[in-house]
Write a protein that binds this ligand. Structure first.
Ligand code: HEC
Ligand code: HEC
Length: 392
């Protein structure tokens, strides 16, 4: 026997055992690392959700471009402020409600405010573009009137500063109601039941266009949705958001950049931007430019508030696209919209529209887009369904 051989055999057995132990350790370490890698994002996400269940001061900081003012997200007050020259009264709001539903205001006696701002269609009309007097098709999508009393500038180009001005404008617009306010006021004076309602609201039965406008404006200031799930969450009911909704809120404030333009209690900056929704020479392609004449305002439209968007499709100033639902709209945001294709022929002296510098491709995954949509749906209010009131 060769003693060396025995030693050889023993040591090689030992070496084999050592290498098995080594492989086992490596495998266990690899498995552990893999587990940590899989769990870390899950733990991270759970921690993020927990942070959002705390006060807003503990939420992750916003990373927005320098100098951009961002108003904190907030619950909506129950009602907007009423102007000093048109204070709230129950009688005026109730008169305004009747007038809002009364087609006798219109030139044809057939179109009421409620024809286009229909309570059962989210107080909009469910159409791409509004159809008004004589079935004329307008260029613009009908916005909801819900929460409109909180806005500082009304209409897609912001040309009305208050609801009183807006009412007269919509009422006399030849492609909407085509009403002649003074004539309609005189005509309503002949309807027996209205006199006492004006007396309740204003102290005497005189019916004027301005009184009609003030009553309708008062009624609209009562049409608010301050109790959405979003509002309840923001008022401290932190348990009512699902984890997906909270992740969506985080994306809204962060990676998806929505907060750059949609912020505050209305989720609107009250400003105007061009996203690439209009095309030079087609429909209303001027937007805010018509009011300001500033080149950066060509094709810029008012940032809509996002409350009740689950109910107010089609979207955007022109109700653009066929079947563009909320999910498709998010897909467009995800790709960063597009610059207006230069027209083959410029049809006017109006400068070409420029995409807002605040719009960029987002790189959101399918799952992230779903989370974002889940968050946006928390902004839908209780249905403010209202049956047509009896008219005098
Ligand atoms: C034919 C359909 C139609 C009728 C009738 C109509 N509207 Fe509108 N409404 C629209 C459209 C379209 C717009 C957007 C117009 C624009 O931006 O220039 C609008 C805008 C508004 C806005 C501004 C909302 C915002 O967010 O800027 C309010 C408020 C409003 N209408 C209330 C009324 C009232 C009150 C009446 C009745 C006096 C009325 N509308 C009649 C279609 C209609
Ligand atoms: C640069 C500012 C800006 C940013 C950033 C922005 N939006 Fe908008 N948003 C607008 C403007 C302006 C409109 C209206 C455009 C139009 O009518 O042509 C709009 C319209 C919308 C509408 C349609 C509302 C309606 O009633 O028609 C939705 C929904 C919306 N935005 C959601 C989002 C979401 C979600 C994000 C983040 C992914 C986002 N927005 C980011 C400015 C912005």
């Amino acid at each position: 026997m060769n003693p060396d051989g025995i030693i050889d055999r023993n040591s090689s057995r030992l070496a084999r055992r050592e290498s098995i132990v080594f492989v086992a350790i490596v495998a266990a370490t690899a498995a552990f690392i893999a587990l940590v890698y899989t769990l870390a994002p899950i733990i991270e996400r759970a921690r993020l959700v927990e942070r959002y269940r705390g006060p807003q001061s503990q939420w992750p900081a916003l990373a927005t471009p320098d100098g951009l003012y961002i108003e904190a997200l907030a619950p909506l007050p129950a009602r907007p402020d009423f102007p000093v020259d048109n204070p709230f009264s129950e009688a005026k709001a109730s008169l305004g409600k009747r007038l809002f539903f009364d087609p006798r205001l219109s030139g044809s006696n057939q179109i009421a405010c409620a024809s286009c701002h229909d309570p059962s269609l989210g107080w909009a009309d469910g159409r791409h573009k509004a159809v008004g007097h004589d079935r004329q098709l307008g260029d613009l999508n009908t916005p909801t009137v819900l929460n409109a009393g909180f806005k500082d500038r009304l209409f897609w180009d912001g040309r009305a500063a208050d609801l009183e001005t807006q009412v007269i404008a919509s009422w006399s617009n030849p492609i909407e109601m085509a009403g002649i306010p003074e004539d309609a006021a005189r005509q309503l004076g002949e309807v027996a039941g209205y006199g006492p309602l004006f007396t309740d609201a204003y102290g005497d039965p005189s019916i004027t266009a301005a009184r009609i406008a003030r009553a309708i404006a008062t009624f609209m200031r009562t049409l608010n949705t301050p109790n959405t799930r979003f509002d309840r969450f923001m008022r401290g009911e932190h348990a009512i958001f699902t984890a997906a909704e909270i992740r969506g809120l985080d994306l809204f404030r962060g990676k998806a950049n929505c907060i750059r333009c949609h912020h505050g209690a209305l989720l609107s900056d009250g400003d105007f931007h061009h996203l690439g929704t209009s095309v030079h020479g087609v429909g209303d392609y001027l937007g805010r430019y018509r009011e300001t004449g500033a080149p950066e305002d060509v094709g810029a439209f008012a940032t809509p508030g996002l409350r009740n968007i689950g109910r107010t499709a089609p979207y955007m100033h022109n109700g653009f696209g066929d079947g563009i639902d909320l999910e498709s709209l998010l897909a467009l945001y995800n790709m960063g919209w597009w610059q207006n294709a230069p027209p083959t022929e410029k049809v006017s002296d109006v400068p070409l529209a420029r995409l807002s510098p605040l719009i960029e491709p987002l790189g959101l995954s399918r799952a992230e887009l779903d989370d974002l949509a889940a968050f946006l749906r928390t902004l839908d209010g209780n249905s403010l369904y209202m049956p047509q009131p009896d008219l005098p």
